[in-house]
Design a binder for this molecule. Structure first.
Ligand code: AMP
Length: 198
């Protein structure tokens, strides 16, 4: 794909948005469309829980409550993952970073390898719509971490710890805000247009 990236050929992006913004669905379409490795910290943690790994047991205590796994744990996971050879061709981070310390750690590790984040795509959806969507998902998938209380907690955690990242990336000049309302393909078209300009 012919994308002119300031950092070279590989495009590295962060996909950002509140729980229920449709991030997972868009992530798959972006990874396929732009040939990017999809790195989802939520998926990595859920796989660790399933494997019965020590990391999984620790992570589960936080995930079950809708709280964030400690920064040092998640930063270690990302550091290992982006050091793998398959990440050299470009990657999309989904669910990371979620705190300012995570964003700083990411910048530092990419700096070290002479690369960086080319664009942060923020899928914007207002609070009322998010609650409606997450409730619908809870009804359909019966997700354990989607009980009413956990949902509320995840949203609160998002507002308090993750939303400030928008300012962080705005200041870095790489934030691209996308309207997350509309059909899946309509939202993807907006993302596609933004990423094609990288
Ligand atoms: P997700 O599938 O991205 O919503 O992640 C599910 C859960 O995994 C979250 O509610 C957190 O408990 C945990 N998690 C995923 N990514 C992170 C992260 N970057 N920092 C801390 N916790 C995370």
């Amino acid at each position: 794909m012919a994308h002119s990236c300031i950092m070279g050929d590989a495009m590295n992006i962060v996909l950002f948005g509140p729980p229920g913004a449709g991030k997972g669905t868009q992530a798959t379409k972006i990874a396929d469309g732009f040939g990017l490795l999809h790195i989802s910290t939520g998926d990595i943690l859920r796989a660790a829980v399933k494997d019965g790994a020590e990391l999984g047991a620790l992570a589960k205590t936080y995930m079950d409550k809708g709280e964030l796994v400690p920064d040092e744990v998640i930063i270690g996971i990302i550091k290992d993952r982006i050091a793998q050879p398959d990440a050299k061709g470009g990657f999309m981070l989904d669910g990371f970073p979620r705190t300012i310390p995570q964003a700083r750690a990411l910048d530092a590790m990419l700096d070290e390898s002479g690369s960086g984040i080319d664009m942060v795509v923020s899928i914007n959806v207002d609070d009322a719509e998010i609650l409606a969507r997450v409730r619908e998902r809870q009804r359909i998938e019966k997700r354990e971490d989607d009980s009413e209380e956990v949902v509320r907690n995840r949203l609160e955690v998002y507002m308090r710890q993750t939303a400030p990242l928008k300012d962080y990336y705005e200041n870095a000049g790489i934030l691209n805000e996308i309207d997350g309302l509309g059909k899946i393909d309509e939202v993807f078209e907006r993302i596609d247009a933004a990423l094609s300009s990288v």
